[in-house]
Design a protein. Structure first.
Length: 502
């Protein structure tokens, strides 16, 4: 290891240790912490966050980064770490300290304001806060455009924060392709949906038995309980401390058995990624997934491409039926397979099916692009939201909670993040198509052999952590970069096959 890098690594380890404690508090808050703990925990987290900032942003680290810029013998890992840390530095340095402070204060309370607005179903409570967040984000993006350059628009700068190298121009084309594919499929699906019988899914499935089945499912797809745990939270999520401590949550609904099943598989896909990162990279700034989109590709690959396929369920469905004998006694395999693949336009993104999901993302993408690059009033944002739901999905929100207030992202200042979900879906299909060319994928699934799949993903994706970009990973693995054609073809083929034969 380069000697100067070794010094930097010592500083970064301190940063990492603090981050780990913050992540652990966050996990605890969402899963087990008693209600009244929140105030003191928030105070402790505030102090730790301040220390986190001081550990990372200081003259010693800055000096080491400068020295490392001159070093010629850095290996790929060292270069990747340097790139990551420099990026955090440069972004922070573009923004005047007092503005950054003001913005941090705003975003530390904005989520609570959003929660209150959502609870009271009243966008006007959140609108002034959202307006401030957008104004800050515009200003920060302008700094980058002026001082750094290289971005066509403000929104391009934000996109680059989440998915390096992706531009508005590319995404416009991507979403146009998705629209052309998905909208006609949705029209076909809507006409035939009343022929699908799915009442079995809403019978009573005791939570205790669901827990048993979900634990089995997680293990079945390769989740290692020596390196991870499953807990319960209102909204399922994955969090990781390092590659030997990865935590997922699921939420059990007694009258909707699918909900927990597919969220366990989804979060399990995220977890496999984190568990698969090389020991040499974990506990460092490049110890996580390559990008948000790459991460989402792993969860979606397991949840949808694999997890909703016939081959996957052939060995698993009998186990489900065995556990829920009464609830599923009149349900055959075909009914179940059609049931878990039923698509239906809806208002809520997080509950959307595989086919309509990206339309929800497209709506947010178009609105974000517009309010970042132009000037929109808060009232116009709300109106646009409702119009676009009507236009793309044929459903109209009747109130703010099921409309413009439904997502937490904007309240956290995460603007430009949504497209990663759609990119992830497309990448999942690209990888799925690739897997079929390098192994007998369906045969493996039918035999209940998931290990060869996990091993392949680990070898070509997981182990690299953030030392390779998503585009590099895709090129090295499949021979080509991001290409959404695999996704649109997958959707066409899948939904035509299911719905044509009804
Ligand atoms: Zn996810």
């Amino acid at each position: 290891m380069n000697q100067i890098f070794e010094q930097l690594k010592k500083e970064l380890d301190r940063v990492q240790a603090l981050e780990m404690s913050l992540v652990l508090f966050g996990w605890d808050n969402a899963t087990q912490a008693p209600k009244e703990a929140i105030e003191n925990t928030a105070k402790a987290m505030g102090i730790l966050s301040g220390e986190y900032y001081n550990f990372l942003i200081n003259d010693k680290v800055k000096g080491l980064l400068k020295q490392l810029d001159q070093e010629k013998d850095l290996d790929a890992y060292e270069k990747a770490v340097l790139k990551e840390v420099k990026k955090s530095y440069e972004d922070l340095e573009l923004i005047p300290a007092e503005e950054y402070q003001e913005y941090s204060e705003l975003t530390s309370i904005s989520q609570h304001v959003w929660e209150e607005a959502k609870e009271k179903n009243d966008f006007s409570i959140f609108a002034p806060t959202l307006n401030k967040i957008i104004e800050f984000q515009k200003k920060f993006a302008d700094y980058a455009l002026e001082k750094k350059g290289g971005f066509a628009t403000r929104y391009d700068k934000l996109l680059n924060d989440y998915e390096e190298g992706f531009t508005t121009k590319e995404l416009d084309e991507f979403f146009e392709q998705l629209k052309e594919t998905i909208v006609p499929l949705v029209k076909m699906v809507v006409k035939k949906n009343d022929q699908i019988k799915k009442d079995y899914a809403y019978r009573t499935y005791p939570v205790e038995q669901q827990r048993e089945f979900n634990r089995f499912l997680a293990e079945y797809i390769g989740f290692d309980f020596n390196k991870g745990v499953i807990a319960e939270s209102v909204h399922p999520f994955t969090t990781n401390l390092h590659n030997k401590d990865v935590r997922i949550t699921t939420a059990y609904l007694e009258n909707l058995v699918e909900s927990a099943m597919f969220s366990t598989i989804h979060e399990g896909g995220h977890a496999l990624y984190e568990m698969g990162v090389d020991d040499a990279f974990t506990f460092s700034p490049v110890g996580g997934g390559s990008s948000m989109g790459m991460h989402e590709s792993q969860s979606r690959l397991f949840e949808n491409n694999i997890g909703r396929s016939r081959a996957f369920w052939e060995p698993v469905f009998p186990k489900l039926k065995e556990l829920f004998k009464e609830q599923l006694q009149d349900v055959d395999f075909d009914t179940f397979m059609i049931g878990i693949n039923k698509a239906e336009p809806s208002l809520i993104r997080t509950e959307a099916d595989e086919l309509t999901y990206c339309l929800h993302i497209m709506i947010r993408y178009e609105i974000e692009k517009q309010f970042m690059n132009e000037d929109l009033t808060m009232e116009e944002i709300k109106e646009l939201w409702n119009q676009k739901y009507e236009e793309y999905l044929g459903v109209a929100p009747t109130n703010d909670t099921e409309g413009v207030l439904q997502d937490v992202h904007w309240s956290q200042g995460s603007i430009g993040y949504f497209p990663s979900y759609a990119i992830g879906n497309a990448v999942a299909s690209q990888i799925y198509a690739h897997l079929k060319t390098v192994m007998p994928l369906e045969e493996h699934l039918r035999n209940g052999e998931l290990q060869p799949i996990i091993d392949y993903l680990r070898e070509h994706i997981h182990r690299f952590g953030k030392t390779k970009t998503m585009q590099q990973i895709l090129k090295d693995m499949t021979g080509e970069g991001f290409n959404p054609i695999y996704y649109t073809e997958y959707l066409k083929e899948k939904y035509t096959a299911i719905y044509e034969n009804l």
